[in-house]
Design a protein. Sequence first.
Length: 77
Amino acid sequence: MSFLPVGKYLVGLAFFGFIYWLLDGIMEAFISENIHTAGTTFNLMHAMWTGTLLVYLVFGGWWVIRTYNEKNQFGGM
């Protein structure tokens, strides 16, 4: 079996982690300067970010599983 699909999935998770690290630092700077107030825009953006991560986790995992079930992979159906 090839480790390539799992590697691609892990690279995607690392990308999401890096973006989260950047956005978290920016958000802390806004909060410390009292620029940020919890409102509808902040809640919407936070929900969109969380939704994007959940969609990647669910459908990315599904993609990895389907990749290993293809006939071109060793042991595929």
